[in-house]
Every structure is written in C-alpha cells, then in structure tokens.
Design a protein around this ligand. Structure first.
Ligand code: SIN
Length: 287
C-alpha cells in the first residue's frame, strides 16, 4: 500500500490514506506519517475500524501515552483511553460529556502539557444524512506567524497561567472534570510561555486559549485580560482553522502545542456520540 498525504486545503490538516492501522506499520511508513503530522499539525485517517489495542499501539509510536489516574475517567481495561461521550448507562455518564466546550489545548494546566491527542470515532450522531458534533481546529503557529512584528516583540518573554479552575468555572463545572479537580493530588494550574517554541518543528506557537489561559504574569489585570482576549481571537480566525466533520471509524490526531480545538454540541442527548482518546505525554515547555 502506498501512503498518500492529502492536505485539507485549510491552513492545517491532512488526510492520510494507504495505511492500515490495524496492522503494525513499517518504520518507513511510520516516518512518513510522523513527518506529515508535524507539517500539517492535524492528521486524520478514515475507515479505520480499530480496536482500543490498535489505537494504543499506533499512537504510542509517537511517544509515551498518558495513563489516567481516576478509574471513572478511563476505559476499564485501558488506563490510556479517555472516553468522550454523551452516553449515559445506569444513570451515569460513561465518559466526559462536555469535553471541548471551549477552545483549549489538552492538558494546558499540567507542568508538562500533552504533546499529541488522538481521537477515534466509535459512534457519531447524524441528522438528515449529515453527521453532527464536528471538531474545530486552529493553527496557533499560523496565528503567531501572522502577528505584526510589534506584537511579536511585545509577547517576548511573557508567561501565562493555564488554569483548570477557570475552565471548570466557564464550562459550568460538571462531570468528570469536577471529579478530577476535587482529587487531592489534582494538577490545577501551570505557568507556560505565551509563545511556545515547538519541540519538534521549531515553529513559534501562541499558547493562549479561551478555556485555560487565566492571566499573564506581571501584567495589570485589565491589560492581561485584554491581551488574552485579543490573542485567543487571533488564533481562531477562520483563515487559521479547519473543521473536521466526523465519520464513524475516523482517527484524528492533533498537535497540542501548535493547535487548539473545540467541539460542537449541535446534536441531541438522544443521539449517541462515543469517542476514545489517547494522549502522548509532553515535555517541559520552551519559549
Ligand atoms: C476534546 O476536546 O478533546 C474532544 C473534542 C471532541 O469531542 O470533539
């Protein structure tokens, strides 16, 4: 099989065909996929009827997978799998039903934020022949590159707080996130550069999201709030975004340094949506 990389035509994102992820890939095939990932920042594969084990095996080639701490967060057999779903069984949600309400990057509040996330569609809601629950992605490297020189200069050396609590408050503080936050050893806030240098491709990326970024260290409150709002809005300008319309058996992977994302809640509670996510552990952030 020949691997083909098909850019979406948006600033970010590429579909990869010609790879069967149910089978171990050769080193050469994996190298091609890895290179496409770091170039396009979001990649996706269609029609991959993967098991959890397949997803874990494939995504673990990108780096160590995060293992979840709470039993209720994880798929029973696999602590690497985080369940995103609106399905309720015996009165309890089987996964995180409000993940992605706001623009965010996964694990921003951790001292070592996630490097990569991979989401696999097991069930996708549909209405009138169109699937619902799209995920929006934004390229934070393209957003940074497009800033005027004066703004790039202003951002030099700035650090910002990424707060789990802010995210919880803004989203209404429900579900699994509330449970995680309440645990004694929960990670609650981390300070990171406002502009991060990508550890693999060296691109400069705005690390500012509506969801997690709560304050810029050393700036007066008003100035900090205004700058966060301005930069968060810069990231999600339509020219820097790609919208993924899901199909069952899609696997989508995104870079948690050079992108941010949000989910769309345009489907009724009666329409099941079930996704399994794995995440690659990241390193310390660099400016
Ligand atoms: C997430 O924010 O990780 C989930 C996104 C989605 O469910 O579309």
């Amino acid at each position: 099989m020949t691997i083909e990389i098909k850019p979406t035509g948006s600033t970010l994102g590429a579909e990869i065909t010609g790879a069967d992820l149910t089978q171990p890939l050769t080193d050469a095939a994996f190298a091609q996929i890895r290179a496409a990932f770091y170039q396009h920042e979001v990649i996706f594969f269609r029609g991959q009827a993967l098991s959890d084990e397949d997803q874990i095996r494939f995504t673990a080639r990108f780096g160590e997978l995060r293992k979840l701490k709470l039993a209720s967060q994880a798929h029973v057999q696999h602590p690497e799998i985080f369940v995103v779903s609106n399905i309720v069984k015996e009165g309890k949600p089987i996964g995180s039903y409000d993940a992605g309400k706001l623009w965010h990057t996964d694990g921003a509040y951790l001292a070592k934020p996630h490097a990569i996330s991979a989401l696999r569609a097991l069930e996708v809601p549909a209405h009138n022949g169109r699937t619902l629950g799209d995920t929006h992605f934004a390229s934070t490297s393209a957003a940074y590159a497009a800033l005027p020189q004066s703004m790039k200069k202003r951002l030099e050396g700035l650090m910002a707080a990424q707060s789990f609590e802010q995210h919880l408050v803004k989203t209404g503080g429900t579900g699994i996130k509330k449970e995680i936050y309440a645990t004694a050893n929960a990670d609650r806030e981390a300070i990171h550069p406002l502009v991060r240098v990508h550890p693999v491709n060296g691109r400069k990326c705005l690390y500012v999201t509506e969801g997690y970024t709560s304050r810029i260290v050393g700036l007066p409150e008003d100035e900090s709030r205004e700058l966060i709002a301005e930069l968060a809005a810069q990231c999600i300008k339509p020219e820097f975004t790609y919208v993924h319309n899901w199909r069952q058996h899609d696997l989508v992977m995104w870079d948690d340094c050079s992108t941010q994302h949000r989910a769309t809640f345009d489907y009724p509670a009666s329409a099941p949506r079930l996704m399994h996510r794995t995440t690659v552990v990241g390193g310390a952030t660099v400016q």
